[in-house]
Design a protein around this ligand. Sequence first.
Ligand code: DX5
Ligand code: ZN
Length: 214
Amino acid sequence: MTLIAPSMLAADFLHLEKDVRMVNENADLFHLDIMDGTFVPNISYGFPVVEAIAKIAEKPLDAHLMIVNPEKYVDRCAKLGVSMLSFHLNATENPADVLDQIREAGMSPGLAINPDIPVESLFPYMEKCDYLLLMSVFAGFGGQKFIDTTYDRVAQLKREIVARGLDCLIQVDGGVSASNSAKLVECGADILVAGSAVFKSDDPAGVITAMKGE
Ligand code: DX5
Ligand code: ZN
């Protein structure tokens, strides 16, 4: 089963409640992009917005930290009700410790890499992760074009997960839409994040159904 995680970065912030309810009804997870202007050259939104979404969210919150020193904010995310928490491999000194910290705080740990970081860099940490996030654009902005080398990266990561007998999921994020979702799933993707494709569409529910392959 493919899980669809609309990225709330592309939601209509003037009508956030409407977009949260759309996800409640049609999608599987809320993908929450948190940026600090240092790890990535952009600032998105922070904890007050996550808290507001959490109040009416009926699907799990999947927070994607694009910040330096993610370890500082793990407990805060847990308190806000985040279920899945990912951070970038090169955003901290000791990724393994942060993965443990996330699990100890009661959340599912995920580890993310940008498209220019070899997939093998994730291998030493896979056993500690519930999911691995392969960026299919460079983290920082919504609405970018999907990078085609992602297909091979997903397939390579899937082979390693299967070889090790793990049940770690693969999440793909950036430029994902109904035009590339089927191929991503074929390569081994389990969770598809989509911002623009969902929220900039006239028919978000239809796009989600199409991406699920239903
Ligand atoms: C980019 C974010 C993505 C982004 C996806 O740094 O991690 O989650 O919001 O947006 P689209 O689907 O528009 O590329
Ligand atoms: Zn994201």
